[in-house]
Structure formats: C-alpha cells, structure tokens
Design a protein around this ligand. Sequence first.
Ligand SMILES: Cc1cc2nc3c(=O)[nH]c(=O)nc-3n(C[C@H](O)[C@H](O)[C@H](O)COP(=O)(O)OP(=O)(O)OC[C@H]3O[C@@H](n4cnc5c(N)ncnc54)[C@H](O)[C@@H]3O)c2cc1C
Length: 314
Amino acid sequence: MAKVLEYNAVLSKREDLTSSLGIFTVVPDVPLPAGESWFEPGQYMVLGLNNEAVPELGAVQRPMSIASAPEVTDSIEFYIRFVSAPASKNPFTHLLWKCAEGERMFIRPKPKGHFTVADTVGWDDPRKKVFVSAGTGLAPFVSVVRSAINREPGRDLGEYVILHGASYADDLGYREQLETWSSESGLHYVPTVSRPGECPGWEGPAGRAEDHFRPERLAELEARSGLDEGGMRPENAVLFVCGLQGTIGATIERLLERGFVPDDKKLRKAFEVPADTPSSIFYEQYDSDPVVDLTDEGHVAVLRDTLHAALAER
Ligand SMILES: Cc1cc2nc3c(=O)[nH]c(=O)nc-3n(C[C@H](O)[C@H](O)[C@H](O)COP(=O)(O)OP(=O)(O)OC[C@H]3O[C@@H](n4cnc5c(N)ncnc54)[C@H](O)[C@@H]3O)c2cc1C
C-alpha cells in the first residue's frame, strides 16, 4: 500500500502572485523554538502531501527553501512555482495548488542544507554577496536579507546584491519589498525580465539573470552592484546562485574568466583548481541536470584554460 503521511502542519496562508506562482505560509503543530534563530537563512525544509484523489500514487515530499527569517517563529514562508511540465507522476506542486488556506499538510521538522553564508564564507566575510536567482530561487536570499534586518534594524544593506530574473515583471516576487530595501537601506536590487516586450511599462534591465554576466554586460552589472568597473572579481565579491541548471551553469561558465571558482568537487577537479584556491561561487540547484556538461571534453578544456588564465593574472 502506498505510504500515507501523517499531517503535522497547516497551510495558514497562500498568496497567489500569478496562476503559477505563490507565497505559502505554513504553521507547524509543534511550536517553533521562540526567541532564538532556529535555522540558518539559506536552508530548506521538506513539505509533503498525500494524493487523496489518486491514493495509489501515495504521498510526495519536496524540499523548499525557506523565504522567511529565522527570527520569525510563528510561521514559515515558502515561495513556490507550479511546475507545468513535471518529471514525476505525482508532482507535489500539482497537489499544493489544490490546497486552500486552512488545509493540513506535512512538514519535516528539521531545516536542512549548507547553502548559507555561515556555512560558506562566514558572516564576517567583507566581500559583496552577489545573490543570483531565477524564479523561485530568490527564496533563500529573501531570508538572508530579512534576517540581516531583523538582527540589526536600520542597518545598511549595501553589501548585498540581489539579481533576480523572471520571464515577466509580474513574476518578480517580493519586488515591492526589495525595492523598498533598495531605496531605504542601500540594497543593490537588480530585477531583470527576459520578455520585456510582453511587459507593458517595464523600463528595467532586460534578459535572463545569467545574461548579465556576459562580458559586454558586466560593467553595467558592476555599476548596479556598487562595484568599480572590473571589480566583479573574487577579491571583492562572492557569488551565490540558486535555481535551475541554466542559470547556475551559465553564471559559472561566464565568471571563470574573472577567476571565480565553483564550490563543487567534480567541477574543481575537471577544471584542475589548485587545492589552496578557495571557492567563490556557491550554488543550490532545484533540478538535477548537470550544471556543466563534463562529458564534453573540448568544452571543459576551454573552460579550464579560461579559469587558469584568470588565476595566473591574479
Ligand atoms: C534544496 C532545494 C530547494 C528547493 N526550493 C524550492 C523553492 O523554494 N521553491 C520552488 O518552487 N521549488 C523549490 N525546489 C524544487 C522543488 O523541490 C521541486 O522540485 C519542484 O517543486 C517540482 O516538484 P514537483 O513534484 O511538482 O515536480 P517534479 O515531478 O518533481 O518535477 C521536477 C522538475 O520540475 C522542474 N522544476 C523544479 N523546481 C522548479 C522551479 N522552482 N521552477 C520551475 N521548474 C522547476 C525541474 O525541471 C525538475 O526537474 C527546491 C529544490 C531543492 C533541491
């Protein structure tokens, strides 16, 4: 018999930003630890639902990045996309989209993951934190900035850059909040849409998030990030990329010529990165396609040479 999850939480709120994008707030039955940081911003939790319409398909559980801050202890927020072409027969997002406020669900109690500032470069690292995301990959970065403000109200957010890509302006979740932090607290917020022609009134940056790392566009991004021209280098910045393979892979490949090193054992080995060269691009991947196609030896050789030329210049 298919496994059935015992529900232990309530979907207390859902805010549909579009028909396929939403902010979901979950309240676990067991209260969250009050008065302390109960997770590190950047971590995820696992949500689960039983397929009640087709019970033989059983239950499905999926990891979701936490968008709320750890200082919030009465609920947990998630930023989730409905996947219209899922890979599985029992897609979680299709069940979630049928859930109304007040319905029950499952949440694994323990937050997980190491895609955090604390577990990578550490909070004391003075470099610019450049957060790159497409779609719902924004979630962990919203958590980081929310937490930074909670811990130190009124602080300057100039050390953070949020580059957020979406197809349409309406898909730029949290935009109002991010614009407020940008105008009031110095956050470098760079929203970018890949279909500007279909977004009436859009006057902001165009293209996918990763397009901004093309050599001809780097100076523009540096200016928007508060970096000097040519300053997007590991001496001054550390990159965090979250979302699907396309965004992660292209960002890594385009930044090799600036000497950025991906934090991944296989990639470091393929690129023959010296052991004492620290990683400077960290990523969290939502799908499972290889970030860089390591079977294409010719392409890997070009990437390796590009990185080594950049490292030799430093
Ligand atoms: C650590 C981690 C954190 C995650 N956090 C989030 C999150 O905060 N918000 C979120 O929406 N998803 C997140 N995901 C993805 C999520 O776990 C599921 O993979 C996704 O919701 C699809 O599940 P499904 O069962 O509906 O589809 P499945 O049948 O499992 O289909 C999987 C396919 O859906 C596509 N896909 C997965 N995620 C997305 C996405 N976000 N946008 C567009 N296409 C996608 C990919 O092609 C993937 O191969 C995260 C994944 C991981 C590994």
